[in-house]
Structures are given as structure tokens and as C-alpha cells.
Ligand binder design. Structure first.
Ligand code: HEM
Length: 164
């Protein structure tokens, strides 16, 4: 999909140059960079002693399909092109072996790759998206296990959890 630069809605093009394209999170984000992100990130996470086996166990024989799906997912998030139609939450709820520290570990692998692929302008935006999604998945994954303890904070967090 080609991203045609457009003025931001509302006549803010002079003041707000951070959103000069209509759909992409940042104009420097391309499908090619997303493909590189996915290839490098999963190349690295597969080497991780803790997380690698969790992925390999689920994705044995269908890694290529997963990588293609993840390209579509990141296109949907970063280029907002609607390429991904799946539901991340049930896929992660099914991973019963996950512990709370796994999401921070996932992010610590994702961050340097994203900064390297997207550079200092778009890198922080990409990382910010990943952190928000990871937080939502993490809250949802561990919410039911400790529901009573979370009652006090649930109102504040529920809308984010629903959006995961
Ligand atoms: C502890 C961290 C994580 C682990 C261990 C993990 C593991 C997995 C695994 C094994 C799958 C494949 C499920 C299957 O097809 O059976 C998967 C799918 C997926 N993951 Fe993660 N994941 C983690 C965090 C994240 C985060 C933070 C994101 C987003 C920023 C994410 C996005 C996705 C998406 C979009 C899918 C595809 C779901 C679908 O439509 O089938 N994951 N993950």
C-alpha cells in the first residue's frame, strides 16, 4: 500500500508536522521496515532461552505463517492499513505458561530492534505502541488470576484491557 502524504485534518499542517501523513504513525515507516522489524525481532526472540521455546512449541511447522501474520499486525498498528484481522488476546490467554516477567522480557528484546530499524524519530513511537499493547495483554492475562486484588484498580484499567 502506498502512503500518500497529506495534510493533517483540522488545518494543523503548519503547527503539527509530526502527523503529516494521513494513516502512518510516522512518514518514515514503510512496509519494508516493518518486514525487517519482524524478521529481526523473531530471529532474536527465538534465541532467547526463556521465550524462544514458548514460541517454538506453538509455532513449529508454521513459523512462516506467523511471520506473515505479524507483518500484517504491525502494518495495521503502524500504517493503519487494516491488514490484520486477528485477535491477539485469545492467542496470549492460551499461553498458560506465561509469567508476569515475560512481557518485560519481550519488550527488552523488541526495543533495541525497533530503535535500530526505525531510527530516532519513529523508533520511540513504535516502542510506545508495543509497550501499550504489551501492558494490555499483560493486564488481561493476569487479571482473572488475581481479580480480587485488582478490584480497586479495575475501573481505570478495564477500558485498556478491552482494547487489547
Ligand atoms: C510474553 C510475551 C509474548 C509471548 C510469549 C508471545 C507469544 C506468542 C505466540 C506463541 C503466538 C502464536 C499463537 C498461535 O498462533 O498459536 C503469538 C501470537 C501473536 N502475538 Fe504474541 N507474544 C508475546 C507478546 C506479544 C506482544 C507484546 C504483542 C504485540 C505488541 C504480540 C502480538 C501478537 C500477535 C498479533 C499475535 C497473532 C495472534 C493471532 O492473530 O493469531 N505478542 N504470540
Amino acid at each position: 500500500m502506498s502512503i500518500v502524504p497529506e495534510a493533517a485534518p483540522g488545518g494543523h499542517q503548519e503547527q503539527d508536522r509530526s502527523i503529516p501523513v494521513r494513516f502512518a504513525l510516522h512518514p518514515s515507516i514503510t512496509e519494508a521496515k516493518i518486514a525487517r522489524l519482524v524478521e529481526r525481532f523473531y530471529g532474536e526472540i527465538r534465541q532467547d532461552q526463556r521465550l524462544g521455546p514458548i514460541f517454538d512449541k506453538r509455532l513449529a511447522g508454521r513459523w512462516e505463517l506467523h511471520l506473515a501474520k505479524m507483518q500484517m499486525f504491525w502494518q495495521s498498528v503502524l500504517l493503519r492499513n487494516g491488514a490484520y484481522k486477528g485477535k491477539p488476546l485469545p492467542a496470549h490467554l492460551a499461553l498458560k505458561e506465561l509469567v508476569a516477567g515475560d512481557y518485560p522480557a519481550w519488550l527488552s528484546i523488541f526495543r533495541p530492534v525497533a530503535f535500530d530499524v526505525f531510527g530516532p524519530q519513529a523508533g520511540p513511537l513504535v516502542v510506545d505502541c508495543a509497550e501499550r499493547i504489551a501492558q494490555n495483554l499483560q493486564l488481561a492475562s493476569f487479571f482473572s488470576a488475581s481479580q480480587s486484588e485488582l478490584t480497586a484498580v479495575s475501573a481505570a484499567h478495564n477500558s485498556e484491557v478491552r482494547d487489547a
